[in-house]
Ligand binder design. Structure first.
Ligand SMILES: [Mn+2]
Length: 577
């Protein structure tokens, strides 16, 4: 089904689930048909677990392989008052994971016996040589990892040789052989049967702390959930999979906690305030687009330690100050990004080749900020509609970051040219690599040639999905309330898209301070409902002309009128159905 408003945009309507299941759900809940359909589509027979997940839906930490061994070792460390060194990764997931381990373990240890290192871009992901040396030099006897460690085999072996035990908590896929750690907690380990395979790094860290609290006969440390929610949203892990909704339970509980002004992190609260985030009505978008980027700015254009300190500080004054620094880092990051994009555009002009003709953007600059390469590659691939590779040229080695478009698999592309690369990794849409400088021009030549051969894949845009058809008489407050029980929305749990077929529009007006939004009523078969299209003023004419078209929309709520309201997303031709 083609969009009337946006060229090249295509919608597919999902298949209806089995009628008996939908009917069973509808009678059980006495709810509108479209809601029953969405539940059946997403949860199958496990549909009940999708509704309002809460703390009761969390799984026992002891279902994770390695949990008992990890806790035995931590309890031994508590009994012996050992000194513990925590290593986390420097992104939002690793930072919140480190903060959860630190805050969750601190009270069981003597003062100042837990130290945290969050790494940095220079040393890359995972444990590093300097970290190992420090652990040895400073006399630690136990190392804990969070959001990393599963592939730090060499470093963990070195620690062991020096008499230091390691407990790995991670959520990455195991790559090589099993590190020689005292315990490994990672839901992706072979043989692990933990029900929620999509825990973020911070989720695994939280499970470890929950296990510890259980062993120490203390109630679950729910106050840490603000940190768990932040890392889980920032890491883009699926929030639901079939009925399994533990990640959503974390976030729902955290949002309730934060709305009450509670939660463990004073710093996070200070950051919310400075960013004017409405904590009474938090959404995953606020966290994903406003808050998490400020933490990540620290590793791109500042010092990740500042972000970690913000998450653990207990002084309101320091929280204010650190939040301010993070916001400054983010401004620096924006300036650096704008500057690098300008340099990239200048190079493209100098080359005189339109990337759209070449099929690939391939650019590099001397000592470009490696924390920003990926953001710039994203900008270029978005603008030109072709994959983009942006590299920072060092003295002997260049480091590249790649972003893809359509169904072009950038990881497969790197894999095919691995003979030229020193290191590479990533997935379909985003990847990174290092290459010796003397191989750069051959790499460019071969990648351009490869891109040319795989041109059609770049044009292939995945169709967006309409979940279910909606009759306007089903648009009730009840339906809206039912739908809120499916939140929060995010990866793996998209907000349901509805299709109102054969409708027309009236009372169309432009609203908003720049009259950028389109508002009105939609009618279908004798029923009507109010709708708003955010930033859709430019489509006024298409809506006015719309006769017997179909509206793609979300079911939302209008705070002013205190009533249910459709949120327009697109218009499609009815005749095409
Ligand atoms: Mn992670």
């Amino acid at each position: 089904m083609r969009s009337i408003l946006r060229r090249g945009r295509v919608w597919d309507v999902s298949d209806l689930p089995g009628e008996s299941l939908t009917t069973a759900i509808r009678t059980t809940l006495s709810c509108a048909e479209p809601f029953a359909v969405v539940l059946a589509q997403r949860g199958g027979e496990d549909w009940r677990a999708l509704i309002d997940p809460s703390l009761d839906d969390l799984h026992s930490p002891f279902l994770l392989d390695g949990m008992a061994d990890a806790l035995d070792r931590i309890q031994l460390a508590i009994a012996r008052s050992e000194r513990v060194f925590i290593h986390g990764d420097f992104d939002a997931d690793g930072l919140t994971g480190s903060a959860v381990l630190y805050r969750g373990m601190r009270s069981f240890f003597p003062k100042n016996s837990i130290k945290v290192e969050v790494g940095d871009r220079v040393h890359g992901h995972g444990l590093s040589k300097p970290f190992v040396l420090r652990a040895i030099e400073e006399g630690f006897s136990l190392v804990l990892t969070t959001d990393c460690g599963i592939s730090s085999e060499d470093e963990i072996a070195q620690l062991k040789q020096a008499g230091i035990d390691t407990i790995v908590t991670d959520h990455h896929l195991p790559t090589g052989s099993r590190p020689d750690a005292v315990a490994i907690v990672d839901p992706h380990q072979p043989g692990d049967t933990y029900p929620n395979k999509h825990l973020a790094g911070v989720g695994v860290a939280f499970k470890l702390v929950c296990g510890l609290y259980e062993r120490m006969h203390q109630p679950m440390p729910v106050h840490l959930l603000d940190l768990v929610a932040l890392g889980t949203i920032a890491d883009l892990v699926p929030l639901s999979h079939r009925g399994e909704s533990e990640n959503r339970a974390f976030i729902r509980e955290a949002f309730t906690l934060i709305a009450r002004g509670a939660g463990s992190s004073l710093g996070l609260r200070a950051l919310f305030a400075k960013l004017s985030v409405n904590t009474k009505k938090l959404s995953t978008m606020d966290i994903g687009y406003l808050v998490a980027p400020k933490l990540n700015a620290a590793n791109r254009a500042g010092d990740p330690k500042v972000a970690f300190l913000l998450l653990i500080t207990e002084s309101a004054e320091q929280a204010e100050y650190l939040a301010e620094i993070l916001i400054d880092y983010n401004k620096d990051r924006e300036i650096a990004q704008t500057d690098m994009i300008a340099q990239a555009d200048e190079q493209l002009r100098d080359n005189g080749v339109d990337p759209r003709d070449a099929g690939l953007v391939f650019l590099s600059g001397e000592y470009w900020n490696e924390g920003i390469l990926g953001l710039v590659a994203s900008n270029l691939s978005d603008r030109f509609g072709v994959p983009a590779i942006v590299m920072s040229r060092g003295d002997r080695v260049s480091r590249g970051s790649c972003r893809s478009v359509g169904s072009f698999d950038i990881s497969a592309c790197l894999h095919e040219h691995r003979d030229l690369l020193l290191q590479f990794g990533g997935h379909r849409m985003a990847a990174g690599f290092t290459v010796a400088n003397e191989n750069v021009s051959e790499l460019e030549e071969r990648l351009l040639e490869y891109a040319d051969r795989h041109r059609p894949e770049m044009e292939m845009r995945a169709a967006s999905t309409i979940d279910v058809r909606l009759q306007l008489n089903d648009v009730t407050l009840r339906l809206f309330t039912n739908l809120t029980s499916l939140g929060p929305y995010g990866p793996g749990n998209r907000e349901p898209n509805f299709l109102v077929e054969g409708c027309s529009f009236e009372d169309l007006t432009l609203v908003g301070n720049r009259r950028q939004h389109l508002k009105g009523r939609v009618s279908q078969g004798g029923h009507s409902a109010s709708f708003i299209g955010f930033r859709m003023a430019k489509y006024l004419e298409e809506f006015e002309r719309g006769e017997d078209v179909s509206l793609v929309c979300h079911v939302g709520f209008d705070d002013w009128r205190n009533d249910v309201q459709l949120r327009a997303l697109d218009l499609v031709e009815s005749s095409e159905l």
